[in-house]
Design a protein around this ligand. Structure first.
Ligand SMILES: Nc1ncnc2c1ncn2[C@@H]1O[C@H](COP(=O)(O)OP(=O)(O)OP(=O)(O)O)[C@@H](O)[C@H]1O
Ligand SMILES: Nc1ncnc2c1ncn2[C@@H]1O[C@H](COP(=O)(O)OP(=O)(O)OP(=O)(O)O)[C@@H](O)[C@H]1O
Ligand SMILES: [Mg+2]
Ligand SMILES: [Mg+2]
Lengths: 169, 153, 153, 169
């Protein structure tokens, strides 16, 4: 399976509902400083289950909801959906072989109510983690290198490095 | 599970020892398990840069550390392909010739893995198939445009 | 010494509040002393980027953090000039327009301070008076060559 | 005063005696990854009195001495000299007003013997620190921004930030 589309609404600087299509091939995200590129990476890690607000550069999880700009009021909720398509390079888990696409979502309301969704139906975080288990993809996985963190792979202490190998095992 | 760990460790370190000299145009690198129980010990990285002596990782330069980390990351992917890899400004510390090596490797790896790359580097942009531009036409609000770089591969 | 600290704090924060909007093309920034005894408390930085709401420093992007740090660093130099300033790849996280602003500021500040700048960025190289090239003709051994960029200022 | 010349011999990757002339104006140090640019910054901080081998990216202070390459044997000592010239933008301390140039040096032998020199005469570290006191220049001063560390100025905790202001006071 491969990530075909991202739908972001009210997450960080994405006040409007925004869709990123990712056709096959090498895609680069580009733009001026502060325009929202790393926020896209945060959106992916958030849907995959990231629990720490600090690791999403916020103080509380509410910081991921669009906080308003000079001309706009803050949003009431943040919602991100990842849409994966079938792809023969890496098959999905057996349970999902017959689905043309797999949609995983996460929603957070200002009042704190939050929800995960799989194929648009409410589910637990564990269900989302199960979809990707065995593929190496997760909110803290080595497959997502955050800005300025590439050297962590080799700078970490030897026991921390072991985790990488366990993940790949 | 000890068996599986040792197998994956052997598989990754073999790929790392092959990929490192390709990226650096020589030299050698290896991964070594510490003493004692393989399920408890740490993993050491030993590198020798072309023309230089074997030395501790701390003495490497910013760009050399990034390239060594890229070699390790891609070795993990070569051993166990994963559907997606996101790289946020990984090319920032690299000089022009290392940026070209990084781009060539991305192109090669993109046959088995989907890459999403964030960059400010013109050379990297030119090596891509498509640019997804993020802008703030309205201050404080991100918007997205797609630019297709007509590549005839 | 409390008097001197308060004086230097006031002088630096005034310059920071002027330099920040110049670098970001708008917005505002201020330095604030915490509660209690000025010789004990910490210093907070509050920034508002043009078009955005006032927010915590952590939410700033990599490039926005670097530009804010550059504004603070140069405010320290404007308040108390120092003979030498060394900047090792400070322009690495910046986009092209911020690199140009950084270079323009360097040129202006170089009237009172000597700058030694390390960079891989072509735009920054072109803005310099002279390039000191470091190479390893013999592997593992550094050598130095100077290249004068004939600038007719 | 301004830094007019650097003389580096046997320090880190500088196996040969190397001189960097720094005429007036904006000088950039450029070159491929790993060629020795940041080693020049380490050399400046070392002469100004840096005591921590770790902050010079080594394990012990001996790591600053050229450790050899495939074709060369390790050096027996490391020596760095900074040569400052008079410059009306920032005057030197009163005691040095009549000197056309101020030379500060540091030497380390493999056997651990080490020495500071001021105008080529042995001195204590305190004498070197005195030359620059009041100018804002020192091995840990905000005037030297190491690679990857620019954001530290604002990322530090509020009490650490205070140090910046004290230094400038
Ligand atoms: N909850 C939020 N509401 C509104 N804006 C937010 C929110 N969280 C973060 N931001 C904004 O997002 C911006 C940072 O975006 P991001 O880190 O994605 O930039 P970037 O494109 O990666 O830039 P760089 O090239 O400098 O790394 C900040 O300026 C911040 O104001
Ligand atoms: N004591 C030593 N003896 C020999 N070589 C050394 C010594 N200490 C460090 N080096 C070498 O110096 C190199 C790193 O140099 P440096 O960090 O200055 O590179 P750089 O030019 O800043 O590169 P980058 O552009 O990647 O930041 C390492 O490859 C290391 O081998
Ligand atoms: Mg970013
Ligand atoms: Mg460097």
């Amino acid at each position: 399976m491969r990530l075909a589309r991202l739908e972001i609404n009210g997450f960080k600087s994405f006040a409007n509902r925004t869709v990123l299509d990712l056709p096959d091939g090498l895609n680069a995200i580009v733009g001026p400083n502060g325009c929202g590129k790393s926020n896209v990476v945060d959106a992916i890690r958030w849907v995959l289950g990231e629990q720490s607000a600090r690791s999403l550069r916020g103080r509380s999880m509410e910081d991921v909801i669009f906080a308003g700009s000079q001309n706009r009021a803050p949003a009431g909720l943040a919602e991100v959906t990842l849409v994966f398509e079938q792809d023969d390079r890496s098959p999905p888990p057996v349970a999902y072989l017959n689905y043309p696409e797999i949609r995983v979502s996460r929603v957070l309301h200002r009042d704190g109510a939050s929800e995960y969704r799989l194929m648009n139906l409410p589910c637990r975080l564990k269900d989302i983690v199960d979809v990707f288990s065995g593929t190496g993809l997760g909110s803290r996985s080595y497959a997502i290198i955050e800005q300025g963190k590439i050297a962590y792979l080799i700078a970490a202490r030897p026991d921390e490095r072991r985790m990488l190998f366990e993940e790949a095992a | 599970s000890r068996q599986r760990f040792l197998e994956s460790f052997a598989g990754i370190s073999e790929r790392f020892s092959t990929l490192f000299p390709r990226l650096f145009g020589g030299g050698s690198a290896q991964l070594r398990l510490g003493e004692g129980d393989p399920l408890e010990t740490g993993v050491d990285i030993l590198v020798q840069l072309p023309g230089k002596r074997l030395q501790a990782m701390e003495l490497l330069s910013g760009g050399e550390k990034a390239m060594t980390a890229i070699a390790l990351l891609f070795s993990l992917f070569l051993y166990r392909p994963s559907p997606l890899c996101v790289l946020d400004e990984v090319d920032a510390p690299l000089d022009e010739s290392n940026v070209d090596k990084y781009n060539a490797l991305l192109r090669e790896m993109s046959r088995t893995t989907q890459f999403l790359v964030i960059t400010h580097n013109r050379r990297t942009m030119e090596a891509m198939d498509r640019l997804v531009g993020v802008t703030m036409d309205e201050p404080g609000c991100s918007n997205v445009y797609t630019v297709n770089l007509e590549r005839h591969r």
